[in-house]
Design a protein around this ligand. Structure first.
Ligand code: AMP
Length: 252
């Protein structure tokens, strides 16, 4: 089984994101970026499937600017065998939406004869949660989204999914698309020797146009706003004062 794993370079989860003055996006220049956390989980699971001999090869894919290669090197250092970089100049990055990402993944999955596409359940920058679903639809493959456990079950994969109020277990035939949820695994850290080895692993560079994918946006961002600022809280000494304050504020 060959696995294609999507890894997106996003603003690091620990960075306080600032809205740009033109309110059309967020400040990205000079801001720390890392691999989308759910994608680290997807890479980890793909590598575990390889370690369990369920998969033969893991290929990481990133669609993004030159720096996306750093994200790919991280995936390679974790254990991916090779990588594909679909280069999009930094200035054009905001044009790339989940629809385009899904088209690129579908094309590569078909051309590369992959059996499994693994992605994160969502990218923490746009919070779209669309790529797995659209990719599965385009490929006409079954999808197992929000996976918290993946096991082999004969010719099928048994996937436990995190759903509202519980867990759902489903069986999917391959080829399939899986999206990783938070509890699927705890991603490994790349060791120094593996980081060194990753430098020698191949990264194939290509352009979206070579795959026949047009990056014209279909969604226009009208405005990006900061969340409302929370009013400062107060500390009270005891429950009676708390109740009195809540009464004063008309809350009880
Ligand atoms: P989204 O639908 O945008 O929330 O993204 C869901 C998942 O799709 C991410 O966790 C990634 O695994 C994958 N993905 C999205 N954008 C990209 C990208 N530019 N390059 C590689 N993978 C991506």
């Amino acid at each position: 089984m060959r696995i294609l794993v999507g890894v997106k370079r996003v603003i690091d989860y620990a960075v306080k994101v600032r809205v740009r003055p033109d309110k059309k996006g967020v400040v990205t220049d000079g801001v720390k970026h890392s691999m989308n956390p759910f994608d680290e989980i997807a890479v980890e699971e793909a590598i575990r499937l390889k370690e369990k001999k369920i998969a033969k090869e893991v290929v990481a894919l990133s669609i993004g600017p030159t720096q996306a290669q750093e994200t790919l090197r991280t995936a390679l250092a974790m254990g991916a065998d090779s990588a594909i970089h679909v280069e999009v100049p930094a200035g054009e990055l905001e044009r790339v939406q989940p629809l385009h990402v899904s088209r690129i993944i579908s094309k590569l999955a078909t051309e590369g004869k992959f059996d499994l596409v693994m992605v994160g359940k969502q990218a923490i920058d746009d919070d779209c949660n669309q790529t797995a679903q659209m990719t599965a639809a385009m490929l006409d493959w079954p999808q197992a989204t929000f996976a918290s456990k993946v096991e082999k079950d004969g010719d099928y994969l048994k996937v436990t999914r995190e759903i509202d109020g519980g867990l759902e277990t489903i069986k999917v035939g391959v080829p399939a698309v899986i999206s990783a949820d938070l509890r699927l695994n705890e991603p490994r850290y790349a060791t120094l020797p593996n980081i060194m080895k990753a430098k020698k692993k191949p990264i194939k560079k290509m352009k979206a146009s070579e795959l026949g994918v047009d990056l014209t946006p279909t969604i226009e961002v009208i405005s990006v706003e900061d969340p409302p600022v929370r009013a400062a809280g107060i500390k009270v000494d005891d429950v009676d004062t708390l109740i009195a304050k809540l009464k004063e504020a008309g809350r009880v």
